[in-house]
Design a protein around this ligand. Structure first.
Ligand SMILES: [Zn+2]
Length: 450
């Protein structure tokens, strides 16, 4: 039996989320410890013991564990993070990014989805699982420092408190979003993530720069701009990974319309990206997402140069975010980039930074079965589809034996809105999705191990 959630607990989770949104945990900058303490107070007020663990001052994570009823049942970790990315230009926001405004049924603010919404859902879920235990133990971790690679968060916990993350299964961010294809509603769960690194190219001129009124000598700003376009438009081969194969198979299994969408997507691997999105059911946003799942991508994220309005710069720097599918080779990606630079006859200083490895979990597992049962109960009209997350989350740093899925179920906004607003402007979450997310998480925990 899955217990009923009390309205009081959900109301308190909404209050917790709004408190968290008002605490500035911008990474780098705002410390996470005040947010960790707010979560701890919420847990303590419901009788759940927790630890605030702080590797350096201000950078705390909060962890908790509640016991299950059956010691042979698998352990489930609920993972989220407390830090957020910068809000960017506040003029782009309809609501102040730290306001936690509640209007029209939405809670607004940086972190509403990524990942304070999930933190509040997980906190209420672990309280519910403390009151009505699931078969297995359930672990709760709201970590610091996810957005900067997790050195002071999950990676530090793995090194110093591995018991806090030691689970058979884990749920984290990166999936659970609603989309539709061919008139069918789908929810995703992310079974794999791309590998990523930051590529820094520094172009220096042998010339001395000089006055902008007499151009013609080597100009690193112009070279970096040309190379930026070169790399961003590099054509990468289709790469099918276990995760994308599982996605296409699941789409093909879900009835005639999705069968066509799935077959069309399958055909793309041979016919090329121009066909993707033609015909029924695949939107432009989905086409871009599918493209990212099947390819290595290189995105220019920063281009800097110049010291004076009338002067030719002597140096320029370009930063790229490079992401490759789990089955691609990081070295081959670097070789391709190097070849492109050689063909362009440039020789910048190259630095590969902030590397994260890809991760891949099997599409079928007791956790996938538990999620399917849950979604059948909560939204029987929808299908559940495994996907490859083109981004990267903390789940990659868990022990490889932990089967981890990105699954934060939401129906108030679409997967496309999630993609546009997390790390962008106007991030928001539907208030009703707090209940939906807690319901889904608690039910999944109860189904697991039954
Ligand atoms: Zn996140």
């Amino acid at each position: 039996m899955v217990p009923q959630l009390s309205d009081g607990l959900i109301d308190e989770a909404v209050i917790l989320l709004r408190n968290l949104l008002r605490i500035d945990t911008t990474n780098p900058g705002g410390p996470e410890t005040p947010a960790a303490i707010a979560v701890q107070q919420f847990l303590t007020s419901h009788g759940v013991r927790s630890d605030v663990l702080e590797p350096v001052e201000g950078r705390a994570s909060v962890t908790a564990r509640v016991a299950g009823t059956d010691i042979s049942a698998p352990t489930l970790l609920l993972l989220s993070h407390l830090d957020v990315v910068p809000t960017g230009d506040p003029r782009g926001w309809n609501h102040e990014p730290l306001s936690a405004d509640l209007s029209d049924g939405f809670i607004h603010g940086r972190g509403a989805i990524d990942d304070k919404g999930r933190t509040a859902m997980n906190a209420a879920s672990i309280v519910s699982l403390h009151q009505d235990p699931a078969p297995g133990d359930v672990l709760f971790v709201a970590a610091a420092d996810e957005e900067a690679g997790g050195t002071l968060g999950v990676r530090w916990l793995m090194d110093h408190h591995p018991e806090t993350l030691d689970a058979d299964f884990a749920l984290g961010e990166g999936g659970g979003y609603r989309t539709s294809m061919g008139n069918r509603n789908l929810y995703t769960y992310a079974i794999a993530e791309k590998g990523a690194f930051r590529l820094r190219l520094t172009f220096r001129s042998g010339a001395t720069g000089g006055h902008a009124s007499i151009p013609g000598a080597e100009n690193p700003a112009e070279v970096s701009a040309r190379i930026a376009v070169d790399l961003a438009t590099l054509r990468w081969p289709w790469i099918r990974s276990d995760a994308t194969s599982a996605m296409l198979k699941a789409l093909s299994n879900k009835g005639p319309v999705l069968l066509r969408a799935g077959q069309r997507a399958l055909g793309l691997q041979f016919l090329g990206p121009a066909l993707l999105g033609r015909g029924v059911g695949v939107s432009e946003a989905q086409r871009r997402a599918l493209h990212a799942m099947f390819h290595t991508t290189v995105a220019l994220t920063s281009l800097r140069s110049g010291h004076a309005e009338g002067g030719i710069p002597q140096e320029a720097e370009a930063l790229f975010s490079v992401r490759y599918p789990p089955s691609a080779s990081r070295n081959q990606v670097l070789v391709a980039i190097n070849n492109r630079l050689r063909r362009a006859r440039v020789d910048p200083e190259i630095s590969v930074e902030r590397e994260v490895r890809p991760r891949a979990a099997p599409p079928t597992s007791p956790l996938a079965t538990a999620i399917m049962k849950t979604m059948d109960e909560l939204d029987p009209t929808a299908d559940l589809i495994p996907v490859l997350l083109p981004a990267s989350t903390d789940l990659r740093d868990l022990d490889s034996r932990t089967v981890a899925y990105g699954f934060t179920p939401m129906r108030g906004i679409t997967a496309e809105e999630v993609a546009n607003t997390t790390h962008g402007v106007n991030e928001r979450i539907a208030e009703g999705d707090i209940r939906f997310g807690v319901e889904a998480t608690v039910r999944t925990a109860h189904h697991l191990g039954k």
